[in-house]
Design a protein around this ligand. Sequence first.
Ligand SMILES: NC(=O)c1ccc[n+]([C@@H]2O[C@H](COP(=O)([O-])OP(=O)(O)OC[C@H]3O[C@@H](n4cnc5c(N)ncnc54)[C@H](OP(=O)(O)O)[C@@H]3O)[C@@H](O)[C@H]2O)c1
Length: 178
Amino acid sequence: MIVSAIAAVSENQVIGRDGDLPWHLPDDMKFFQRTTMGHHVIAGRKNWESIPLKYRPLKGRPNIVVTRSLHYDAPGAAVARSLEEASGDRAKAGDEEAFPDRGGQIYRDAFSKGLVDRVYLTRVHAEIPGDTSFPVLDAAWREVWREEHPPDERHAHAFTFLLLEKMSLDERIKPGSR
Ligand SMILES: NC(=O)c1ccc[n+]([C@@H]2O[C@H](COP(=O)([O-])OP(=O)(O)OC[C@H]3O[C@@H](n4cnc5c(N)ncnc54)[C@H](OP(=O)(O)O)[C@@H]3O)[C@@H](O)[C@H]2O)c1
């Protein structure tokens, strides 16, 4: 199973402010919907609670909420006590791609444990103040696709959709070996 992270990240690595997104980019939201549809999505407990009641669980996708709390109830979603437990649930369900997609702590944990194989990164071309950030990716990540989106009347910022894949150790040692 491929584990993919999906996030919109400003030039200064910000992803959130006051429990919400610090921008309104409808075409990025559509990209998120399209990319994750049919796959497991894992939300940190804070992010889950920030989704308006009428939109949660995210429809068309098995939702898993990660919390250390022993008695957490998330109607419409499964609850896991760690990312590893959530990954086990997805693997059992036979999902070929799953998304630890939601929450600053979730991203940090997933990258530091080496759980992520692929990143759908929307780079928002602006320096944005915020209180939640995305990890800085190291040289292990190779860009395999990109699409530019200019600013327009619905989007205050330009942004670029990027698909990044993790290189094997061999590929990092011998660039161009694949
Ligand atoms: N730009 C984007 O693409 C994007 C995407 C997603 C989220 N965001 C933003 O990110 C912010 C939310 O992120 P956040 O960092 O504040 O919170 P979060 O990651 O959504 O949730 C944190 C909570 O998740 C639980 N948790 C985290 N890691 C865990 C682990 N390893 N094991 C068990 N439980 C774990 C804990 O819940 P308990 O306290 O209950 O134990 C923790 O308090 C919001 O501003 C949101 O808008 C942005």
